[in-house]
Design a protein around this ligand. Structure first.
Ligand SMILES: [Zn+2]
Length: 259
């Protein structure tokens, strides 16, 4: 209805320029009600005063559509992964065939208090888990900085972490090890690596921007703390949190079945 009124008003303005003239701002403001459109078309001039009269009219018009709309509902989509989508993070010889990987494209809540769409590459066996947990995180408005394929960083884990990117699949060895990481199987995810750093047993953090988040608990947006609802959401689906490791702590890391 409102958009019909606007269209009508625009045509009216074209036909009778003098009736619209400087009052264009007021006319647009009032065009959301049928009454306002009528006023401006009558040629009496849609002054601010006229606008006020219209707004307080007794006509029980429904409230106009709010201009600030509610955040969108959570959506997610699972699709196959093509070679072109993972040029750096996958290669022949990885422990997971390309055909077993899936792209989960889904809504996440940003630190800017807005909804965004991100991508996570995971093993096909865990797509349901991922969608369930991230739907809950979104419902809690748990903020996530970024959610891009690690290929946006040429598969470089350090660069992805430095950019505070949330990511999952990456065919790489475990940090400080020669064996495959759970990420190489698409069964691990790192969330907000800046707020949730990898802390070695002696307390050092490789990323300067993450050092102030080295201790737990930390009361700050995007942080994962022992026993909190993020940890419990993953645990309920059989995922283990790296924050519970002894010695080294990996606060960003969740993996299906541990490791
Ligand atoms: Zn990890």
């Amino acid at each position: 209805m409102a958009s019909l009124g606007k269209t009508f008003l625009a045509i009216g303005c074209l036909a009778a320029v003098t009736a619209c003239g400087e009052s264009g701002g007021a006319a647009v403001q009032t065009s959301e009600t049928g009454a306002a459109v009528q006023t401006s078309r009558s040629g009496t001039g849609a002054t601010a005063q006229t606008t006020k009269t219209v707004e307080t009219a007794e006509t029980p018009t429904p409230a106009p559509t709010p201009t600030r709309t509610a955040p969108p509902a959570f959506t997610s989509k699972v699709s196959k992964v093509t070679r072109a989508q993972v040029p750096y993070s996958w290669r022949p010889g990885c422990p997971v065939p390309l055909g077993d990987l899936r792209m989960v494209t889904m809504t996440y809540w940003g630190f800017d208090d807005r909804a965004h769409t991100g991508e996570l590459v995971v093993h096909k066996a865990v797509t349901d888990d991922i969608q369930k947990v991230f739907k809950r995180l979104y419902g809690w408005r748990f903020p996530i900085k970024k959610m891009e394929r690690v290929d946006a960083y040429k598969g470089d884990d350090f660069d992805s972490i430095e950019a505070n990117n949330t990511s999952a699949f990456n065919c790489r060895p475990a940090t400080g090890s020669s064996s495959w990481s759970k990420h190489a199987y698409g069964r691990a995810i790192d969330i907000n690596p800046r707020e949730n750093p990898y802390v070695t047993a002696d307390g050092s953090v490789a990323h300067k921007n993450a050092r102030k988040f080295a201790d737990r608990p930390v009361d700050a947006p995007g942080v994962i703390n022992p026993g909190d609802r993020v940890v419990r959401a993953f645990e309920s689906l059989g995922w283990e949190w790296g924050g519970y490791w002894s010695g080294t702590k990996d606060y960003q890391h969740f993996s299906k079945g541990g490791g």
